[in-house]
Design a binder for this molecule. Sequence first.
Ligand SMILES: [Zn+2]
Ligand SMILES: [Zn+2]
Length: 339
Amino acid sequence: MPKMRAAQVTRPGGPFEIVQRDIPQPAAGHVRIKVQACGICHSDSLTKEGHWPGIQYPRVPGHEVVGVVDAVGAGVTQWKNGQRVGVGWHGGNCGFCDNCRNGDFFGCTVNLQITGISFDGGYADYMVAPAIALALVPEELSAVEAAPLMCAGITTYNALRNSAARPGDLVGVLGLGGLGHLGVQYAVKMGFKTVAIARGKDKEPLAKQLGAWRYLDSQTQDPAAELQKLGGAKVIIATVTNGDAMAAVTGGLGINGTFFVIGAAQSMTVSPLFLLSGRRSVKGWYSGTAIDSQDTLAFSVLSGVRSMNEVYPLEKVAEAYERMESGKARFRVVLTMGQ
Ligand SMILES: [Zn+2]
Ligand SMILES: [Zn+2]
């Protein structure tokens, strides 16, 4: 039986172990992917640390996967060997529960599948995914370029395109890390008056390089007051994971404005009077499904949006994960399999 390498976690909080496993066979409705690159997302800590209920260990994390279709299971007609594909967070859904029938696949109550949590993800030479979870990767993107777009990219792109913002509207992007540096680029390319908000004057050149119209330093300025001076934001995308940092910016929403929460903060406060007096809202956003990923990749090719990445070989998974956790990576960390 041919073998492959996989970086697995055997218990909550346990270390990564690189093990030899049999190369898996795809079951009916599934596809085997020869992995070329896999991004390391902060949400992989849910698998690593066991913060998601019901994970069965050992488990291989990784939901920013790009590779080549290597084998297809029975009944798979839409994919064939040699196609380059990506797999993101949304790994599948039942298709017949009421939420699925309403098109809210992320809310599937019967069989919501999450890559790297419900089944093994992309920290390996090969992985098997439900055919429904695959996105086509355009040839213009390298595997390393495409991988972070499968979660960080789709999350920011899909939130923005599903918001009420129209070209020319004032849009704030809070945070200039892995998510935020993509969010600013997408907002700019969608034609929004894009205001990047982060801590420190030193981030301003980056914000401008990414195309931001204005930069607000939340350490020396009141971002909410500054946004109001600019007319109030139609949309603010909050990519940080600190509830106080979020709360400091909600006051920058204009009339009918929406604050999109995509960073997993523990809690945040918001003024009910401020919300109701301006019909403002706070909304969470789930990344999206495979076709949303495919749209994200296509838009990135069209508009030139790219993730800035630090690349590590699979053998250095522990070091790469630490780098992501340190918050110092510029800006996404990507594993490569050397194939
Ligand atoms: Zn992610
Ligand atoms: Zn369902």
